[in-house]
Write a protein that binds this ligand. Structure first.
Ligand code: ADP
Ligand code: TRP
Length: 325
């Protein structure tokens, strides 16, 4: 029997921050290594065209995500690693799904509303969730590991699966989201908002140098008072405690006890040290991989050939169900 499938993608829109890592990529690696699933991870380059971009930078952005995947521990022997635009069935299925997607559902998407306010409001930004649904259901993915900002897109995917199956017969599997213990890392400069590439000042990037990481963490916005405790009225300290707890695998209560009677400065120094220690090996591996770009891209192009086989099979079933000859 085939193992259940796990699939996720990340857009090549810039270097990954620790929110991307702790909310998504780290989980990709754990799921892969558990060997309980068929795992597929891809670079969502078609999705990334919906954001303002310079075509000269796109190949480097793709390479950056490819190298980050490998540096974090994704392994082409255990997972299918591929590039979305190299697998045409994604766009083909997205079109078919768009014909059963209610406009009203897409208009409600918070990511769309947020991005439409910030950047060129193009049709691709609006239909983005239909392409994301196609990515997932082409491979019968049962689980989709992402941060919690993607939950609404997953919900729409399930709606489309039910609608398609009811209209054309059982074809697709309903996917579920999978969160890490940290599905929403908050911004260092504004701990009420999620850490996001669109606000780089609040991000710690996984390949920031030790100096830059330390500087950013030492100047993270903290709350009034001086106690190192996780509490609703202390979003800044709570965020740092959660990040540190995940990186050190020490419960938050243990960290609170460790810093009882100490000040924010001492705590932040520790956070900076722990974060540096954790990300230094990934950063080094990634830097080496970036120098062997052809090899890295070949891994993903080979993966795209495997993905195409699975996706094309599904697409021919879809076409015949819909009545396309
Ligand atoms: P960004 O919002 O920074 O542009 P992406 O949309 O490229 O990030 O997200 C890539 C993956 O990382 C997705 O699975 C997303 O849910 C996850 N993710 C993004 N930001 C965070 C965050 N602050 N905390 C946890 N997970 C996040
Ligand atoms: N929308 C996701 C993000 O912004 C990226 C993505 C595209 C994705 N297709 C996907 C994630 C399929 C999971 C599954 O981060």
């Amino acid at each position: 029997m085939q193992k259940p499938s796990v699939l996720s993608g990340i857009q090549p829109t810039g270097p990954l921050h620790i929110g991307n890592y702790l909310g998504a990529l780290k989980n990709f690696v754990n799921l892969q290594n558990s060997e309980e699933y068929r795992t597929l991870f891809f670079i969502a380059d078609l999705h990334s065209l919906t954001e303002n971009f310079d075509s000269k930078n796109k190949p480097t952005q793709v390479l950056d995500i490819a190298a980050s995947f490998l540096a974090a521990g994704l392994d082409p022997k255990l997972s299918t690693l591929f590039i979305q635009s190299q697998v045409p069935p994604h766009s083909e299925l997205a079109w078919i799904l768009s014909t059963i997607t209610p406009m009203g559902e897409l208009s409600r998407m918070t990511q769309y509303k947020d991005k439409a306010d910030r950047m060129d409001n193009n049709v691709g930004l609006f239909t983005y969730p239909t392409l994301m649904a196609a990515d997932i259901i082409l491979y019968d993915a049962t689980f989709v590991p992402t941060g919690d900002d993607q939950d609404q897109h997953l919900e729409l995917t399930r709606t489309l699966v039910r609608k398609f199956n009811a209209k054309f017969g059982q074809t697709f599997v309903e996917p579920k989201n999978l969160h890490t213990e940290l599905p929403r890392v908050m911004s260092l400069t504004n701990p009420e908002k999620k850490m996001s590439k669109s606000e780089p000042a609040g991000c710690v990037f996984i390949d920031d140098s030790q100096e830059v990481m330390t500087k950013k963490i030492m100047s993270a916005v903290t709350d009034s008072g001086s106690e190192v405790v996780s509490r609703e009225d202390k979003p800044g300290i709570s965020n740092l405690l959660r990040i540190t707890s995940t990186l050190t695998e020490k419960p938050v209560a243990e960290l609170e006890a460790l810093f009882k009677g100490k000040n924010y400065g001492e705590f932040k120094k520790y956070v900076a040290q722990v974060t540096n220690d954790y990300f230094a090996p990934i950063r080094e591996r990634k830097a080496k991989l970036m120098k062997t770009s052809e090899k890295v891209l070949k891994i993903f192009t080979d993966g795209s050939a495997q993905a195409n086989k699975i996706a094309q099979k599904k697409m021919s079933d879809v076409k015949s169900k819909v009545g396309l000859v």
